[in-house]
Design a protein around this ligand. Structure first.
Ligand SMILES: [Fe+2]
Length: 375
């Protein structure tokens, strides 16, 4: 609603135009409405009323039907075209009833009052017309408000959609960058682990490839046990450098065929601790140092260096331990030829649930007894 309309509705008196060619009728209309809270203007000619309406909008127009200049029905149709929100009433005698009904049906007239009128009824009709006009204006105001709010909402929505698209794009970019960085980091870790494994193996040609094979078997066992891809990867890496601590053992001892003295064996037994001490400094995304530390621990507490038991030993270490034993038995050693997978299977069965985790043993047996299995 414009401020002019607001003033008109709430502070100014409603404007009523009466149009009738007979001065006596106009005079009595004026008398009926003199004390009403309206601003009343009387017109003897419909043309002059239309001319006035071009410059000033009336709230209600009451028109006679039978006038020499033009019939009231035509006049009110023109009012409607000029000022659609002005409420239109028709005063009509019994003979013009058909014209009044037609005007109502065409939507040109709010209602008609038959002549001769009853003053009270006429006042009531005009009052209702004024009320109707207020509703029209209020409705218009609400419609405008809704339209405005809808436009604002549309703008907000468009903005929001743009922001969401932009944010989604940024998140996608960050995610790709993060993934690429993670891949690079993983390649670096694999490179470092590979270099470390090589360090041991260049000094110890007999067990060359032992770590790598243990890593592969440990991975397969972990997969068979249904561990997550990430955990499987950590187990594979730990397996492939589990004997890193052997760089502390003189090469002659590692490579010498024949029995070792107790002292030599004690020296070899330090390798899990040495490996742990080297690796604990590196922040791997897996417990690599812990796995290396515990790969000679046994379920019954008979292992070394800590003598841990059961589930105090990392599951990853229990897996690497089994893979290590199987590979060691099945492959060639400095002091004996390869004993084969069958012998390894026997060892696992004998110590299932004693020295080795039964679930790990079961998974490992499935892996090594699969047709086509080879280290
Ligand atoms: Fe070892």
């Amino acid at each position: 609603m414009s401020s002019a309309q607001f003033l008109q509705v709430f502070f100014m008196r409603p404007i009523i135009f009466f149009v009738d060619d007979e001065p006596l009728v106009l005079k009595s209309l004026d008398r009926v409405f003199r004390k009403e809270p309206y601003e009343v203007t009387l017109f003897q000619s419909p043309q002059s009323a239309l001319a006035k309406m071009k410059i000033r909008e009336a709230d209600v127009v009451v028109s006679d039907q039978r006038m020499p200049e033009m019939p009231g029905s035509e006049f009110l149709a023109r009012v409607k075209a000029l000022r659609p929100d002005t409420v239109r009433l028709m005063l009509t005698g019994q003979t013009d009833l058909d014209a009044a009904v037609a005007a109502i049906n065409q939507g040109n007239v709010f209602r008609f009052i038959s002549k001769p009128w009853d003053d009270r009824e006429l006042r009531l009709a005009v009052h209702e017309a004024v009320r109707h006009r207020e509703l029209i204006l209020e409705n218009r105001r609400l419609l405008d408000l809704t339209r405005q709010q809808n436009a604002t909402l549309r703008d907000l929505n468009r903005n929001l959609e743009r922001k969401v698209r932009e944010r989604t794009r940024l998140i996608g970019e960050n995610e790709r960058a993060l993934k690429a960085a993670l891949e690079r980091l993983k390649r670096t870790i694999h490179g470092i682990v590979g270099a470390m494994a090589l360090t041991v193996e260049t000094r110890d040609p007999y067990t060359a490839g032992h770590q790598e094979r243990v890593g592969r078997l440990a991975r397969s066992v972990a997969q068979r046990m249904g561990l997550s891809e990430d955990r499987v990867e950590g187990i594979g890496l730990a397996g492939s450098l589990h004997d890193l601590g052997k760089i502390y053992v003189p090469a002659e001892i590692l490579n010498r065929p024949g029995r070792l003295t107790d002292l030599e064996f004690e020296l070899i037994k330090t390798h899990p601790q040495v490996g742990y001490d080297i690796l604990k400094r590196i922040e791997f995304p897996w417990p690599i140092a812990g796995i290396v530390h515990q790969h000679h621990e046994r379920l019954d507490g008979s292992g070394y260096p800590l003598g841990l038991k059961g589930h105090d030993i990392l599951l990853e270490a229990r897996i690497v331990a089994v893979a290590d034993v199987v590979e060691a038995i099945a492959s060639h050693r400095p002091y004996r030829p390869a004993l084969g997978v069958e012998m390894a299977v026997e060892e696992l069965r004998r110590n299932r649930g004693v020295r080795f985790d039964p679930d790990v043993v079961d998974a490992c047996l499935e892996v090594v007894q699969e047709p086509g299995f080879a280290f």
